[in-house]
Write a protein that binds this ligand. Structure first.
Ligand code: PSZ
Length: 283
């Protein structure tokens, strides 16, 4: 069951208004939340980011965080996701429908849509790692807003696939920003390096969990911009996202990173992350 604009509908019955601004302009915002063992992971951080995205695009949300929490719980339950299941929850809010003009219509009601589906964790891949291609970051300058406008991400991810890589690492004039749908970390001499959480990257929830876990466990973290040369000489690389968790990158542009396999720091962080998940599903 999906929740679309205030109604519960079966997949296939959902309809989009032809002049919905999410559909016409990508004028809207979204979140993807991880469900471990039937429980929402980092919900408060996702909802805080959703409200921040709304504020940044000048959208007033007519729902409270608590109401959205109730909706999320209903989406999980109505889709048969139980404490035996891992899943993802998708929530998007379009600006709403109105005759097509570019500026924001005065009276317009946001349209919310949500679904939840079972999704297994990429455990085997997390041990093996992925390959990536370095590509110019062609996206706009407000990558901190989680908007429906994902064409930049679509194109860079496809360039990477065309080049035979599984993912892409983006750079602006030689400064590494993030990946098409994840944040990127470099490991050098036992310390973590990742782009600061400014307008050029999404402030990833997983990124923040990893930073906190690292610092709590004596791994230094530098939220500093670094170059593509630094990236290529890193001891280890990994990306982070809600669904990819902590995913090692074992080759960039066909060249091995470090030993060309998962490194000790990524392994340690995966272990800490696992403990963190296990602790959070008990609450
Ligand atoms: O299932 C998927 O493919 C997902 S779920 C979340 C993402 C992809 N990506 C989120 C994201 C992003 O789109 C960009 C541009 N940078 C970083 C991230 C990671 O953010 P969190 O950790 O909040 O998922």
């Amino acid at each position: 069951m999906l929740y679309v604009g205030g109604k519960w509908v079966a997949e296939g019955e959902a309809a989009v208004h032809p002049e919905d601004r999410g559909y016409n302009f990508g004028d809207g915002i979204y979140e993807v939340v991880r469900i471990y063992k039937g429980k929402m992971f980092q919900w408060d951080a996702h909802i805080a980011r959703l409200f921040r995205s709304a504020r940044e695009i000048r959208m007033n949300l007519p729902w409270s965080a608590a109401e959205l929490g109730t909706l999320a719980r209903q989406l999980i339950d109505k889709n048969g996701i139980t404490e035996d299941d891992d899943a993802t929850l998708y929530l998007q809010i379009s600006r709403g429908a109105a005759p097509r003009v570019h500026d924001i219509p005065d009276s317009i009601e946001p349209v919310i849509m949500g679904f939840a589906r079972k999704k297994e964790r990429p455990l085997a891949e997390m041990k093996k790692g992925q390959t990536a291609q370095l590509i110019e970051d062609i996206r706009w300058l407000r990558c901190d807003i989680k908007t429906l406008n994902l064409l930049g991400a679509v194109l860079v991810k496809q360039y990477a696939k065309d080049a035979g890589a599984q993912d892409c690492i983006l750079h602006r004039n030689g400064i590494v920003t993030e990946c098409s749908s994840s944040n990127v970390f470099a490991v050098k001499n036992g310390a973590l390096y990742t782009h600061p959480a400014d307008h050029l990257i999404l402030h990833g929830i997983t990124r923040q969990v990893v930073i906190d876990l690292a610092r709590e466990n004596g791994i230094p973290v530098y939220e500093e911009a670094f170059t593509t040369d630094f990236l290529k000489q890193a001891d280890e690389l990994f990306l982070t996202s809600t669904t990819a968790e902590i995913m090692p990158i074992i080759a960039v542009d066909g060249q091995p990173v470090g030993e060309g396999s998962i490194g000790p720091v990524a392994l340690k962080l995966q272990d800490l992350f696992e403990q963190h998940i296990n602790a959070s599903v008990l609450v």
